[in-house]
Write a protein that binds this ligand. Sequence first.
Ligand code: NI
Ligand code: MN
Length: 229
Amino acid sequence: MKVSFHGQSVIYFESKGHKVIVDPFISGNPLSDLDASQLETDYIILTHGHGDHLGDTVKIAQRTGATVIALPEIIDYLSNKHGLENVHPMNIGGNVAFEFGKVKFVQAFHSNSFTEEDGTIVYLGMPTGIVLETEAGTIYHTGDTGLFSDMKLIADRHPVDLCFIPIGDNFTMGIDDASYAINEFIKPKKVVPIHYDTFDYIKQDPEEFKQAVTEAEVNILKPGESVKL
Ligand code: NI
Ligand code: MN
């Protein structure tokens, strides 16, 4: 199974014949290689509601009828404000088997809100990471987060084949903490650095991350490239 990366925190894969996208930030993403008006997906899964993660969710869900999976506050916001009906609310610790595989939401240390065009900030509960048990193995998408030692607990409960982890610093972990998380806590078979270079605040050299990681195979992906799971 191939899992592709599309800039910032966007990942895309097909498992058991069903297409899944996580955090579809496409419009306004200077690194994106996708077209939100063409993208085909059956499921959209969100780590949190910040604009660089919620992204084109409404547009894609309205056109494709994809099921949106996220925490209840985000689901209520999308249903009440934008009329999305094909939704599945979950919360941290919950584990649900969907057609493509299992989804479990886990904690992340970050914030979670959406800023409306008029500047109003809508708070949306906890931010999350996501554990995805696909037909080919287990993916841990950490979402936006700082370092926390329960990453070890999460990886103990769900040995990780492929981890997506932010290295951009400023808003999330930087290279030092992300490499520590991989080497000491998560120890996945493969890791892909994400959430860097999209904006000036998060410019980083992923080669430095590659040098610092000793406990996983590091795959640096350009937008549109994929890693084998
Ligand atoms: Ni964020
Ligand atoms: Mn972010």
